[in-house]
Design a protein around this ligand. Structure first.
Ligand SMILES: Nc1ncnc2c1ncn2[C@@H]1O[C@H](COP(=O)(O)OP(=O)(O)OP(=O)(O)O)[C@@H](O)[C@H]1O
Length: 348
């Protein structure tokens, strides 16, 4: 299920070319207004480009020069947006069964397909409910099941977790990690963790142009674009799993959320978290966050409205007023805290 696309949308000054190979998940990253959603809309068939062509598995989705244009429902793509957009008058089960029903599958068989996909996204118990009674996270799971039940050749996800409560994002990411494995998909995201955990390949869009692309690890390790540089620098703690947490060579024990498969004790693993998830304190913070580390500030690096605080093992992003209030400078002794729910642990 491979996609090959080139498209120009003149009014939005967007000109992009993208290839998705069979079974590959591509993450599209970029600042606000850079053209990420425009790209997805063109693939999904809800926006007509002024020039270009696209093929999915050899089928032409559109070819402006030849005057070819397939409507969205004939493309074999499924688009999952921030808003789950479920049919309010249908039960959860019938929402998910809608795709197979519309492609001619019988009622009972469609419901069977729907049940299987609801189980896959851990929402089987919601089958009889109406969308109005669901939480944001539940509704989005149902929307994922509905998109997959239509058996799309290519799954398009437009910031599928942006509207969710932060507490349900890690669990949703695990669901996506499972359903996207080996599937051809394009996911638009602001979050570098999504790219790292969900995508094989990353495309960075800036001002309507693709400025960088390549295997996820390469782009994040050696970013060449401004945006790429901005998103790099995730905290990555490596080491064996000890008491479900990752023990680093520097001795830190980093607790976090495991993927769909709990990484066994002693196995080499990585704990990933963004510098923005790290809070900086002068006194040991109260409450009982599991991940609190004494550290010494080594470097302060201005990054727009934020400042990246570098210590020996962990980087934290804080605002300028926080730097002033805590009087942070190289040599300052601090405590760094990061909630376990903000840390993703997976096998190295
Ligand atoms: N419906 C629209 N009509 C006209 N111009 C639009 C429309 N939607 C977006 N644009 C413009 O097209 C450009 C690309 O926007 P697009 O929504 O694709 O960016 P994005 O990268 O998805 O942004 P965000 O991260 O904010 O969602 C921007 O200049 C935007 O102002």
């Amino acid at each position: 299920m491979s996609l090959s696309l080139s498209a120009t949308v003149t009014a939005r000054d967007v000109e992009v070319a993208l290839d998705v190979e069979d079974g590959q998940t591509v993450a599209v990253l970029g600042p606000n207004g850079s053209g990420k959603s425009t790209l997805l809309s063109v693939v999904a068939g809800i926006l007509r480009p002024d020039a270009g062509r696209a093929t999915l598995d050899g089928h032409t989705l559109f070819d402006v020069a030849a005057g070819t244009w397939l409507p969205p429902h004939e493309r074999g793509t499924a688009l999952l947006a921030q808003d789950p957009l479920l049919f309010p008058h249908l039960s959860v089960l019938d929402n998910v069964a809608f795709g197979p029903r519309s492609s001619g599958t019988g009622r009972a068989a469609s419901r069977e397909v729907a049940r299987a996909w609801l189980d896959e996204v851990e929402a089987g118990d919601l089958a009889g409910r109406r969308p109005a009674g669901l939480s944001g996270g539940q509704a989005q799971r149902v929307a994922i099941a509905r998109a997959l039940a239509a058996d799309p050749r290519l799954l398009l996800l437009d910031e599928p977790m942006a509207a969710l409560d932060v507490t349900v994002v890690p669990a949703m990411r695990q669901v996506l990690r499972r359903v996207l494995a080996g599937r051809s998909a394009v996911i638009v995201t602001h979050d570098v963790l999504d790219a790292l955990l969900l995508a094989d390949h990353v495309v960075v869009v800036e001002a309507g142009r693709i400025v960088e692309q390549g295997p996820t690890k390469d782009v994040l390790a050696r970013p060449r674009s401004t945006f790429g540089a901005g998103i790099a620098g995730l905290n990555l703690a490596r080491g064996p799993v000890e008491n479900s947490a990752v023990r680093t060579s520097g001795g830190l024990l980093v607790a976090g959320l495991h993927g769909d498969r709990v990484v066994p004790e002693g196995t080499a693993a990585v704990a990933v978290f963004s510098p923005g998830a790290v809070s900086v304190h002068r006194e040991r913070p109260g409450g009982s966050p599991r991940n609190v580390y004494p550290a010494v500030v080594r470097e302060l690096e201005p990054r727009g409205s934020q400042v990246r605080i570098r210590t020996d093992e962990i980087a934290a992003d804080v605002t300028v007023p926080v730097v002033a209030e805590l009087d942070l400078a190289p040599g300052t002794e601090v405590f760094l805290a990061v909630k376990a729910s903000e840390v993703a642990i997976y096998e190295a």
